[in-house]
Design a protein around this ligand. Structure first.
Ligand code: ATP
Ligand code: MG
Length: 565
């Protein structure tokens, strides 16, 4: 439990749950579920829903099921099922043995469809799903009743059973609920319950030729599992009367109906400068605008993990965003704030130079090296210290030197003294340039009395810069990321444009870096703070011959003030 959780007041779903617990509505039991459709990888919006559902179960001594809503065989794959499992576990949640699939309930859903047909509440329509959609009307104009609406129960039963036997081609018939074509709620205008699909399902194979619509499967799946609080995003509020209609007409027992599942809607998470629609994410992946679902620029959980985010930071983020009833857009900087907070406590500090300028310390003996002591994490004494090798030739960051600096420039400039972090004071004596006038090298001198960066005589040195010893440095590939999209709302595109036109062409920049030898032991997903540059995470593309870092996030603390990054 973190600070925000200790101090914040209850959100509306917690209030409802506490009242239900008091009144004994569900005999004191709380059962939630997280219901992903396995048609893509999970994203940060799903993380919010996961933290909410599993979090409520933890808080109120309840349970949370994982249920795959796998009603559409054409878009669902086991690759997605596996990734979803992995991501939820990584976030720190456990569904124990309660892993369910809507497809487990296909048999029961079919029986209930037969029951509704027998009650005269469902009928087979010879139109396609598209034709049905067209005849639904508009919110202000009632829909048109289908000429097949008044088929007899016998005929409907016969046709539905034959639909399932595979006697009719795809798209030639649907099963519809018989409700009200003039209802002000469009979802109540005889919605489709089943469509014909001669398709192989990732779990049921060829067993079914008909598949239930999400709206026909979802509420009943909750009911079958005995979910007490079915939490979903706001757009499903208007579907709730339909879910209730199905259950009202399927379950006759008033006792069961008293404590049956209730649905509560909350505002989905929206983040600026990214997209969260699976359709859009799939397009980015399939058309190679990014390098896969786990590209560190993606808002997917796997992308964030590869970028260097921790489960703790994402849970903290979900908690800070809170649970609201009204749509809003959260600023990406809040997510970045959460990872900085977490990594500040945990990340080992190292010195890395990514835009090098060579410095020769002329009065440091040639061939000499020494080991200087450096603090691994000033926020955590237990992490101890390490040795950083120092020698006559070092790299510093190119923009830590200016030949002709403005006032208040405290970094290196001719005649100005700076502290090399953990090492010595140095002074610049000479600037070496090539034929184009570009600076290629600096000649400096050091004060041997200032070892450890400590002033020998009380004289003050304002700037402290980082460095690496050239002969000891490890060359690394560093991937610097920027926002994936240029617009706050990428979906807002110009005439004849799509969200693709809003992609940021410079969202990935690959540079070379030089880092301390201690990084040679780093493993994929290890996290570091490169002092003054930001937090970086070892990419799984690293192998014995190559060390690759992803920049998780830049730094913004007092150190960063003296850096231009
Ligand atoms: P699509 O992009 O096709 O609308 P989806 O994001 O709704 O898909 P699901 O797999 O159906 O994908 O989502 C699983 C659960 O996660 C649902 O309960 C849904 O309400 C929740 N969820 C999805 N997106 C968000 C979001 N941005 N914020 C909060 N919860 C979300
Ligand atoms: Mg959905």
């Amino acid at each position: 439990m973190n600070n925000t959780e200790e101090t914040r007041s209850l959100h509306f779903i917690e209030e409802i749950i506490e009242e239900d617990l008091k009144s004994g509505k569900h005999s004191g039991k709380i059962l939630t579920r997280f219901p992903p459709e396995p048609n893509g990888y999970l994203h940060i919006g799903h993380a919010k829903s996961i933290c909410l559902n599993f979090g409520l179960a933890q808080k109120y001594n309840g349970r949370c099921n994982l249920r795959f809503d796998d009603t559409n065989p054409l878009t669902e794959e086991t690759e997605y099922v596996d990734s979803i499992r992995k991501d939820i576990q990584w976030l720190g949640f456990d569904w124990e043995d309660r892993e369910f699939y809507a497809s487990d309930y296909f048999g029961q859903l079919y029986e209930w469809a037969i029951l509704l047909i027998k009650k005269g509440l469902a009928y087979v329509d010879d139109h396609s799903a598209e034709e049905v959609a067209e005849s639904r009307g508009t919110p202000t104009r009632p829909g048109k009743e289908s000429p097949f609406r008044n088929r007899s129960v016998e005929e409907n039963l016969d046709l539905f059973i034959r639909m399932n036997k595979g006697e009719f081609p795809d798209g030639t018939k649907v099963l519809r609920a018989k409700i009200d074509m003039a209802s002000p709620n469009m979802h109540m205008r005889d919605p489709v319950m089943y469509r014909i699909k001669h398709a192989v399902h990732h779990r049921t194979g060829n067993k079914w030729c008909i598949y239930p619509m999400y709206d026909y499967a979802h509420g009943q799946s909750d009911f079958i599992e005995g979910i007490t609080h079915s939490i979903c995003t706001l757009e499903f509020e208007v579907h709730r009367p339909l879910y209730d209609w199905f259950l009202d007409n399927i379950i006759d027992d008033p006792l069961v109906n008293f404590s049956r599942t209730r649905q509560y809607e909350f505002a989905r998470l929206n983040l600026n400068y990214t997209v969260m629609s699976k359709r859009m994410l799939l397009k980015l992946v399939k058309e190679n605008y990014v390098n896969g679902w786990d590209d560190p620029r993606m808002p997917t959980i796997s992308g964030l993990r590869r970028r260097g985010y921790t489960p703790e930071s994402i849970r903290d983020f979900a908690d800070r965003v809170g649970v609201a009833k009204r749509e809003n857009v959260i600023d990406m900087s809040l997510l970045e704030f959460c990872i900085r907070e977490d990594l500040n406590k945990k990340a080992q500090r190292i010195l890395t130079v990514i835009n090098p300028l060579k410095v020769i310390i002329e009065n440091y003996p040639e061939g000499q090296t020494e080991e200087l002591e450096a603090v691994n994490n000033p926020e955590d004494e237990i992490m101890g210290t390490r040795h950083v090798p120092f020698s006559r030739t070092i790299y510093i960051e190119r923009d830590d030197f200016m030949e002709d600096p403005p006032k208040k420039y405290f970094r290196l400039s001719p005649g100005n003294e700076v502290r090399l972090r953990y090492a010595y004071f140095i002074k610049c004596n000479k600037v070496i340039k090539n034929a184009n006038g570009d600076i290629t090298e600096l000649r400096c001198s050091y004060d041997p009395q200032s070892k450890g960066g400590k002033s020998p005589d009380g004289r003050k040195v304002k700037g402290t810069i980082h460095w690496v010893s050239v002969q000891h440095a490890i060359e690394t590939e560093i991937r610097l990321y920027d926002r994936l999209f240029l617009k706050e709302d990428p979906a807002e595109a110009g005439v004849n444009q799509t969200f693709i036109d809003n992609l940021n062409p410079d969202s990935l920049q690959i540079v070379k870096g030089y880092t301390e030898p201690c990084a040679s032991e780093a493993r994929p997903f290890d996290k570091f703070q490169f002092e003054r540059l930001g937090y970086f995470c070892v990419d799984p593309d690293s192998d014995s011959g190559k060390l690759v870092f992803n920049r998780t996030v830049t730094l913004r603390d007092s150190w960063a003030k003296i850096s231009s990054r």
